[in-house]
Design a protein around this ligand. Structure first.
Ligand SMILES: C[S@@+](CC[C@H](N)C(=O)[O-])C[C@H]1O[C@@H](n2cnc3c(N)ncnc32)[C@H](O)[C@@H]1O
Length: 211
């Protein structure tokens, strides 16, 4: 997932092609506004702290941003928004507010693509698992517990899980007009092959919406 990248010029803050990746982790791509809230982003930029704490190798173009506080873009400024395995880290009201904020910053016709772990798949695998500890595996895969980590990094664990109905409903409640369940790398986003992670393919639900 980690990609070594040279320092690149910042993507434009205005113009027809502003693209945002919400909760990018280590897998943002150049030319996008790669936003993530991990406290290790700033720590990794202090060499001594980086080597002492062995922080992840955050690419230099990842910007620390808590998207629950609002997307730092003006109304109708953005063409594409991508988010992979981040919305389950927000509560339902937070995720609805973020989706509404996505609608605010998107241009008419702009695209929001949300990828999350697929709850239905995890439930099916649990039901088919003959192991006596299947319930333990199931609960640990949901990752809905709270830990000390949540105080250091709010959003470390999951706050909710989605099936297709819930994710479609979320985006409809946010007043997206056109919301559809999609498939791996089938998207109106031209750079989808670069941004969508293969490693997530067999565990993910893909939903795409247009303003
Ligand atoms: C499971 S990782 C997903 C990373 C990457 N998108 C992927 O699919 O592998 C979830 C990411 O969401 C980020 N995140 C959690 N809460 C956030 C918030 N409030 N604002 C921005 N990013 C957040 C976390 O720091 C983490 O990097």
């Amino acid at each position: 997932m980690t990609r070594a990248r040279a320092v690149l010029p910042s993507p434009p803050m205005s113009g027809p092609e502003i693209k945002i990746n919400i909760g990018c982790g280590l897998s943002g791509i150049p030319g996008w506004h790669n936003l993530d809230n991990s406290p290790t982003i700033l720590l990794s930029r202090i060499p001594i702290v980086k080597s002492l704490l062995k922080t992840p190798a955050w690419p230099s173009d990842v910007r620390r941003c808590d998207v629950r506080k609002g997307l730092p873009f003006s109304e109708s400024a953005v063409r594409y928004i991508y988010s992979s395995h981040a919305f389950e880290h927000f509560t339902w009201p937070e995720s609805r507010a973020i989706a509404r904020d996505c609608l605010r910053v998107l241009q008419p016709g702009g695209v929001l693509r949300v990828v999350v772990p697929e709850l239905e798949l995890i439930v099916r695998e649990y039901l088919a698992d003959p192991n006596p500890y299947a319930a333990h595996t199931f609960l640990s895969r949901l990752s809905l517990h709270r830990s000390l980590q949540d105080y250091v990094h709010p959003g470390s664990n999951h706050s909710q899980m989605f099936d297709a109905r819930a994710l479609v409903q979320l985006l409809r409640e946010a007043e997206f007009a056109d919301v559809e369940v999609s498939r791996y790398r089938v998207s109106a986003i031209p750079e989808i092959d670069q941004i969508e992670l293969e490693v997530r393919r067999n565990e993910s639900l893909y939903v795409e919406a247009r303003k």
